[in-house]
Ligand binder design. Structure first.
Ligand SMILES: O=C(O)CCC(=O)C(=O)O
Ligand SMILES: [Fe+2]
Length: 279
């Protein structure tokens, strides 16, 4: 992974690396130790108990009864001003404006805490959301030649090989497809390692996942999803229709109104348990 600082983070160089290079970069020096300590304290406070929250790519963990070793804290903008500073850091804004267009939006800001012994996730892509395990539900020929997603992880703990730093396959963003077992992800992956306060920025087409935490400490990060402005529909058609219309709409009309697609969803209060993944 190519590494940059707040001073050397040239948007053109980084955009090229995301699209045509490894698909992920590291940036250090964006946040103070105080900001990271504050964010971490809030995340820990909100995940002290293994509260059942919706999660993704944890099908195997759910089967093994290990879901509680990964904890999500959703809807972070409502939980502390420090998260607004993370989401809109000027260095990130400048790079993301180049990558996703000047009016890009944020799709999610959440913490992912993996406790010691946490098994990590299923290798996946985040393009534009999480459901490319079912490619037939997307437009024919959809590909990653232009970005419809960018992911930022702000590391709150040391991300090492041992602690399960996000694994990814460099170059896998060049062909949009969900990884299969034949791709031997774990043999081919590198890891987005770093110190608390460092940022990993990656293109969501890149095959990646949280790796198993074999260290004796937690491994938490703030995960931020960014999208082009038009990933949100232009018209809010359901809001413009009377409730009786929606109640009696056929399955096809409901689909056309976007009512079958769950996102955007209030993940903080969504049904607990794993809802996405191949398994
Ligand atoms: O926490 C990580 O290392 C990655 C999380 C991730 O990729 C996801 O939740 O989509
Ligand atoms: Fe992901």
């Amino acid at each position: 992974m190519k590494r940059f600082t707040a001073e050397t983070a040239d948007p053109d160089v980084i955009v090229n690396e995301l699209l045509n290079g490894g698909g992920a970069v590291g940036i250090s020096g964006l946040f103070t130790p105080e900001e990271i300590a504050e964010a971490r304290a809030i995340v820990m406070e909100h995940s002290e108990e293994a509260a059942e929250k919706v999660t993704h790519f944890q099908g195997a963990a759910e089967e093994d009864g290990k879901l509680s070793l990964q904890r999500r804290v959703w809807n972070l903008l409502a939980k502390g001003d420090v998260f607004c500073r993370m989401a809109a850091h000027p260095v990130l804004m400048k790079i993301l404006r180049k990558f996703l267009g000047t009016e890009f939006i944020m799709g999610s800001i959440a913490a992912n805490r993996i406790l010691p012994g946490g098994p990590g996730q299923e290798p996946h892509v985040d393009y534009p959301y999480w459901d490319f395990h079912s490619p037939e539900t997307h437009p024919v020929g959809l590909n990653g030649s232009f970005p419809m997603n960018a992911q930022v992880s702000v590391l709150l703990d040391p991300f090492t090989q041992e602690s399960g730093a996000t694994g990814y396959v460099p170059g896998s963003q060049k062909e949009l497809r969900y990884p299969t077992p034949e791709d031997k992800f774990y043999e081919n992956c590198a890891q987005m390692t770093g110190e608390p306060g460092d940022v990993a920025l990656f293109y969501g087409v890149t095959w990646h996942c949280a790796m198993p935490n074999k260290a004796d400490h937690d491994r938490s990060a703030i995960l931020i999803q960014y999208l082009p402005k038009w990933v949100k529909p232009m018209e809010d058609m359901p809001a413009a229709l009377p409730q009786e219309f929606l109640d009696r709409a056929s399955p096809d009309i409901r689909q056309l109104l976007g009512l079958n697609y769950p996102y955007p969803e209030v993940l903080d209060t969504a049904r607990a348990g794993n809802t996405e993944g191949r398994t």
